[in-house]
Design a protein around this ligand. Structure first.
Ligand code: SF4
Length: 343
């Protein structure tokens, strides 16, 4: 096995027979010598676990933070997006499967150490670094090193994560991460089991833990007709968000893109996205967004008087009218939002 450039993993124990046990995600893989865990990017080399994509991003991109999506964190800024191979789940509808599912040795990468990532983000005028494209927990030690380096600067760090991560390691993995967008696949145990090879209860517990750590949190669900778009499931999900994370937690409902192993289901239209968004609003969520250009749920409004505070055309940022107090200019109601101004 070639482990050139790999970094030793942080969360594992070695066993007497040469196997290693990984503690990073709830799969808890037991990995024999020369083999990799389910995520494909953690390999047992002579009884030691290595992350084989450390410093080896396969995708780099500059994006508007709203397009990720993230609406209440550094609005109107650009983010430096980075991703490697590897994921802790296996979603049938993954729309970055060409990055996530390939074995690390089959995927072209750009060698980039943490200092170089930070330098590139700053040179490009970004306000943040986003760990996206693949599941950042799969390459946790690299994300930790980059975010630690970024913490020396003005840059913020964001994780776009499935939250399928073991609770005991969350504090270490997300120590220098300021915001997270958790991709909720469905509010159905069976959907997680059958289509994602993950577990909903683990995801919800870890999402709560991220909130308790004080990260700015937003949630996103790709709406898949017939699989996760029932009114009943949306009511249950919105009620859980309201009661567990708070009614100010932004929820993004974006259209599923037929891809990977799920190509026979049609993309949802704006009308069905907006109907679900209205359902979530009726359960008490204050900031629900539809991820289509013509959705009626694109702007950020004061939840009390309805004044538009951040105007968007689809997910494109257009203008912001939020004073430094982060209160509605008309009625004084506070808006949950993180920007560059001191709190
Ligand atoms: S991070 Fe990878 S190796 Fe570790 S338990 Fe999860 S899937 Fe297995």
């Amino acid at each position: 096995m070639n482990i050139d450039g790999a970094g030793q993993a942080a969360f594992f124990t070695s066993e007497a027979n040469g196997n290693v046990r990984c503690h990073l995600c709830p799969h808890g893989c037991v990995i024999a010598r020369g083999s990799a865990g389910k995520c494909n990017v953690r390999m047992n080399h002579d009884g030691v676990l290595y992350l084989t994509v450390w410093g080896r991003p396969a995708a780099l991109q500059l994006n508007a933070i709203e397009s990720m999506p993230l609406y209440h964190f550094l609005p109107g800024t650009e983010t430096f997006c980075i991703g490697t191979a590897g994921c802790t789940m296996d979603c049938a509808f993954c729309n970055t499967s060409e990055i996530v599912s390939l074995l690390p040795n089959d995927l072209p990468f750009i060698p980039l150490d943490p200092e170089a990532v930070v330098t590139r983000a700053r040179d490009n005028g970004c306000a943040s670094i986003s760990f996206a494209f693949n599941e950042p927990v799969a390459c946790a030690e690299y994300m930790m090193a980059v975010s630690r380096e970024a913490a020396r600067t003005e840059l913020k760090c964001v994780a776009f994560t499935n939250a399928f991560v073991s609770r005991p390691v969350i504090r270490d993995v997300f120590r220098d991460i300021h915001a997270a967008n958790v991709g909720i696949k469905a509010f159905e145990v069976t959907m997680y089991r059958d289509f994602c090879k993950g577990r909903l209860d683990d995801v919800l517990r870890s999402t709560l833990e991220l909130a308790e750590l004080g990260l700015h949190l937003e949630l996103t669900m790709a709406v898949i007709p017939g699989l996760n778009d029932s009114t009943r499931a949306m009511q249950a999900m919105a009620a859980w968000i309201r009661d567990s994370l708070g009614m100010d937690t932004p929820l993004h409902l974006v259209p599923f893109q037929p891809s990977h192993r799920l190509t026979t289901i049609r993309k949802p239209d704006t009308q069905s996205i907006d109907k679900l968004a209205a359902t979530a609003r009726n359960e008490g969520l204050r900031h629900v967004y539809g991820g289509t250009p013509d959705s009626a749920f694109c702007d950020t409004k004061c939840h009390k008087c309805g004044r538009v505070m951040i105007h968007r055309n689809g997910s494109t940022f257009m203008s912001i009218d939020v004073p430094a107090s982060r209160k509605c200019p008309d009625c004084g109601t506070p808006l949950l939002m993180v920007d560059r101004r001191p709190s």
